[in-house]
Design a protein around this ligand. Structure first.
Ligand SMILES: *Cc1c(COP(=O)(O)O)cnc(C)c1O
Length: 565
């Protein structure tokens, strides 16, 4: 296989390192894990994203749980190397110049996957255009479409300026980057010396493109009124030539553009494939279930334990199945070490006096309504009764709400309210500014990972996979990856809702009831009184789920199903 990049992976956000503010959440972390696994597998891949000089935002929480958002300033020069390549894109009647920075991801065998971060802070650009690569998911429609022009069209031009002309596949991680299709169409049209872009060119582009859709939430798909689309893209010929094919109704929908231009499209779990297939009738949708980069997410103590017992686990994650041979005591010790690290951090930042011997629940994800962070507090008295009967509980939360998501912000305030109400019975803390480092501490250090989304909204979810690698079982609603990962009482526990009452409130109450019943009757008694049985579930989480829900397996499936077809 040639060492020249032949797959270009485009993503609006990529989680490279905690201190680099180039990601906001799950999508970016998955992109980073994908590229880390590609580097381990020595794949000829290159990543493209925006620099996000000011990041998403830094979250502070006041005593009532009000979210305060602050701009991030991260030292770009400390992490990235500038490259000479330059490109220009046309936005409205402006020529916007783009430069790039390079970050190298080094795989476990030394292979490098370079990531290029696009930057419009270039002399000659207007102040507004300087700002285009500042904010992740900020600004209005116009700002966002300009950013996506830089990412998609600018990204292809920067690859060409770098001399990367022989790329065979373009992978769009979510629709944000799908304007790259317009540039590939322009290249096809030019190569064939045609006056106009036609369906024939689209057929050629389709062979080059792969698209992964990530969300069943309508707001997750970028759509623009035609007036905004014409304004930004008016100098783009493929857009003008193919407006009818590219736009639907009276809008430009970046998801439909990606669907129309890809020979392979997938959802991120089996259930999500079904949901997406219903959303996008007329397109064939496959599924490749997400994973996490095992080495990145394993705690220091688990890394040592695995390296000791399964020496080549980093380059061959399937070997985690042999965790079945690791003695209970050693798994427990490694977990205690991760728990100690977490509680030390929690007690330092929140002064909440959490205790190593108390069963600890973790819940960390974007604070938004469908994730239902407060399901656990549906019946406060029952929760108190459970701790009185079964033993103490402590709960750690984290997660940011999008600055415009008022309901999401209200959820954080509610958790602060429950924290006050329960202060005598259950220690609760909400860690501010959830990021990859906190994610790593939490998924490794809690005793049980809680996940309560409203089905079918959780396309996959990945934090429960991080927990599994660390031997932390999940108690989760049956949605996303957990439908595939849950073996009841073996890898964790399901909050399954086979009855489907039409009334949403009745359904939610039923789910809360199952959640309480499993904690009270099965999980907490096992944790406190049958420790060996609990550790056996922990061991299965590693051996059965850690060995499968990783990005090594996932990237392998992209290679056989999407890249080399
Ligand atoms: C893993 C991770 C996510 C995604 O978690 P989900 O379970 O998919 O919601 C989001 N943010 C951070 C910081 C993470 O580490």
């Amino acid at each position: 296989m040639s060492n020249k990049p032949s797959i270009a992976y485009f993503s609006m956000e990529i989680g490279l390192e905690t201190a680099m503010a180039t990601y906001s959440g799950g999508l970016g972390v998955l992109a980073g894990d994908t590229l880390r696994a590609a580097a381990d597998a020595k794949l000829p891949m290159v990543g493209i994203t925006l620099l996000s000089r000011k990041g998403y935002f830094r979250q502070r929480l006041d005593d009532d749980g009000n979210q305060l958002e602050e701009a991030v300033h991260w030292p770009v020069d400390d992490y990235l190397v500038p490259v000479d390549a330059r490109a220009v894109v046309e936005i409205e009647d402006r020529q916007v110049a783009i430069r790039a920075w390079r970050y190298d991801i080094k795989g476990c065998g030394g292979h490098i996957v370079p990531v290029y971060l696009l930057d419009t802070e270039v002399e000659g650009n207007s102040d507004f255009d300087h700002s285009l690569t500042d904010q992740l998911y900020g600004g209005d429609d116009y700002y966002r479409l300009c950013q996506e022009t830089v990412l998609g069209i600018g990204g292809i031009r920067v690859l060409r300026a770098l001399g990367l002309t022989e790329i065979e596949r373009y992978h769009m991680n979510e629709g944000h980057s799908s304007l790259l299709v317009l540039e590939l169409l322009a290249e096809q049209t030019q190569q064939q010396d045609a006056a106009q872009t036609t369906q024939k060119h689209m057929a050629a582009v389709r062979q080059q493109c792969v698209f992964t859709t990530h969300t069943p939430v309508a707001a997750g798909h970028d759509r623009y009124p035609m007036a905004v689309a014409y304004r930004v893209l008016r100098q783009c010929n493929p857009f003008n030539d193919c407006t009818e094919e590219i736009c639907c109704g009276n809008e430009l929908n970046l998801t439909y553009l990606a669907l129309a231009a890809s020979h392979y499209v997938n959802g991120v779990a089996k259930k999500h494939r079904e949901t997406s297939q219903k959303m996008f009738e007329g397109y064939l949708i496959d599924s490749i279930t997400n994973g996490v980069h095992a080495y990145t997410w394993a705690s220091d103590a688990m890394r040592s334990l695995f390296t000791n017992k399964i020496p080549d686990w980093r380059s061959d994650n399937a070997g985690l199945r042999y965790a079945m041979n690791i003695p209970h005591e050693e798994i427990w010790q490694a977990h205690q070490s991760a728990k100690h690290q977490l509680l030390e951090y929690v007690n330092k930042v929140s002064n909440s006096g959490m205790d190593q011997h108390v069963m600890t629940l973790g819940f960390a994800r974007r604070a938004t309504q469908y994730k239902r962070a407060t399901l656990l507090f549906s019946d406060i008295q029952r929760l108190i009764n459970i701790t009185e009967h079964c033993g103490p509980l402590q709960i750690i939360f984290a997660g940011k709400a999008h600055p415009k998501d008022q309901q999401g912000k209200a959820i954080i305030r509610q958790i602060f309210e429950f924290k006050k109400q329960l202060s005598d019975q259950v220690r609760i803390t909400y860690l501010p500014d959830y990021d990859m480092e906190i994610g790593r501490l939490m998924t490794a250090g809690v005793d049980l990972w809680l996940n309560t989304p409203l089905p079918p909204m959780e396309a996959s979810g990945t934090s429960g996979m991080k927990a599994a690698i660390n031997g932390v079982p999940s108690l989760s609603i049956m949605d996303g990856w957990w439908i595939e990962g849950c073996i009841e009482g073996v890898t964790g526990w399901a909050i399954s809702n086979s009855e489907t009452p039409s009334d949403a409130d009745v359904k939610t109450a039923h789910e809360a009831d199952i959640l309480y019943a499993k904690l009270e009757n099965i999980i907490m008694p096992m944790y406190y009184h049958n420790r060996d049985a609990y550790i056996e579930v922990m061991r299965h989480a590693i051996a059965i789920n850690g060995s499968f829900f990783n990005t090594e397996r996932m990237v392998g499936q992209y290679v056989t199903k999407a890249y080399f077809t």
